[in-house]
Design a protein around this ligand. Structure first.
Ligand code: 6GU
Length: 232
């Protein structure tokens, strides 16, 4: 999979060189390219923002650098279909595990990181005439820009790509893969600072362990995320 990220803070994406994502890149499973939007700003101060028409607080990202940056992405692979464009914004669709699975099936993703009050709306309109565009949110709080959201989304997607995670089973037994939160986990020692691992996990009784884990999942989900349980 190829992933392009356009941002005014390329250094923000440095963590994509680490850990499983970094290894996937070294192995050629993932081709991540980070681009500085200011390469496409041509005035002396390499300006990318301006005040909003109609007034209001903050600054808006001007369309011209974005238009050029997106044209350059498309032109970089003239024989390929254009990328699917993701625009992280608190006003986007909620990002979910289902969306991560959907994105993991794409050959090419591009991310447009907004800062300030956002990107001139015409950029999304222009892009949508050329490629699929999805506005995506990490839910209901405000970040300063899209970069941290890109880190989260790329990690959630990349770990689903074949070969990125060694143990494919660990992909299945996960919170949000089947609608319930994950069960609690324990390792050695069996007793630690007066706290004991639940007896059932030491029993060797696989049926009892599976039943206990399932009950824990339901209980946790009811307590922490009742919205995930089916209405009764
Ligand atoms: Cl995707 N972007 C920004 N700037 N803030 C957010 C977000 C995204 N998701 C939640 N808050």
């Amino acid at each position: 999979m190829r992933i392009d990220v356009v941002t005014i803070f390329p250094d923000y994406l440095a963590p994509l060189e680490l850990s499983l994502i970094g290894k996937a890149r070294e192995q050629g499973l993932l081709d991540v390219r980070v681009h500085d939007l200011r390469e496409h700003a041509h005035d002396r101060h390499r300006t990318v923002d301006d005040s909003p028409y109609g007034g209001g607080a903050g600054m808006v990202m001007r369309p011209e650098p974005w238009g050029e940056a997106l044209d350059a992405l498309v032109a970089s692979a003239p024989d390929a279909a254009p990328p699917r464009l993701l625009v992280p914004t608190p006003s986007g669709m909620p990002f979910t595990q289902a969306m991560a699975r959907d994105l993991a099936a794409e050959p090419w993703l591009a991310f447009a990181c907004g800062r300030y009050e956002g990107i001139d709306e015409r950029v999304m309109g222009y892009a949508a005439q050329r490629m699929p565009v999805t506005l995506v949110s990490l839910r209901d709080y405000v970040l300063n820009g899209g970069e941290v959201a890109v880190l989260a989304i790329v990690e959630a997607v990349a770990r689903l790509l074949p070969g990125v995670i060694g143990n494919a089973e660990s992909l299945v037994e996960e919170s949000h893969e089947d609608g319930l939160l994950e069960y609690p986990v324990y390792t050695k020692p069996a007793s630690w600072r007066g706290l004991d691992v639940p007896d059932v996990l030491l029993s060797g009784h696989h049926g009892a362990i599976a039943a206990w884990r399932q009950a824990q999942r339901v209980e946790r989900t009811a307590t922490r995320r009742p919205d995930l349980l089916p209405p009764d």
